[in-house]
Design a binder for this molecule. Sequence first.
Ligand code: E4P
Length: 216
Amino acid sequence: MQFFLDTADIDSIKKYASWGIVDGVTTNPSIIAKEGVNLEARIKEIAEIVDGPISAEVIATDAEGMIKEGRKIATWHENVYVKVPMTSEGLKAVTVFSAEGIKTNVTLVFSVSQAVMAAKAGATLVSPFLGRLDDISEDGMQLIADIVQVYENYGFQTQILAASIRHPLHVVQAMKIGADIATMPPSIFDKLVAHPLTDKGLAAFLADWEKVKDKQ
Ligand code: E4P
């Protein structure tokens, strides 16, 4: 199971990369807009910190435009994955990228049929947005489970990246179901680590140690 950071904030990426548990980074136009930075410059900066897949999204909505943008994005760094929206034009672009050996992440996936279409086009990664489905009272985790099953049934090689994660339980459930990757906001990393019994136990150990520290 790989853990990706869903952010373009350099301080956060440095902080969590120093823990040794960041396998990659995902960005999207909203994430880049939040940082107010140049996409190419920021992706290159991230690539200096994290040695793993880094997704950068195309803005064009027609296949020709996506292909032009994606080919350029792919030259920024060997670890860059071209993020392509799940549309029929996106499928055309993914087919071309796949033939050219350009890695892709098909994004904004909300159904099993979309995930299958992306896999058939040769997507490297597929990103079902489970939190956004939960937000509209649909079962995002069931979508992940269904994609896992269908990919297994037919031996698709596309990796499943659980995206739009809202809390640590999403991560744990996605792992139990068999998603390959979870991408999450930085705060989820803290929540995955924290446990009140760990804090309580450590405080007790340190307090007890105070009683014998002069004997050491
Ligand atoms: C991942 O690639 C997506 O950009 C991201 O997970 C979307 O998350 P959101 O629904 O919280 O915006």
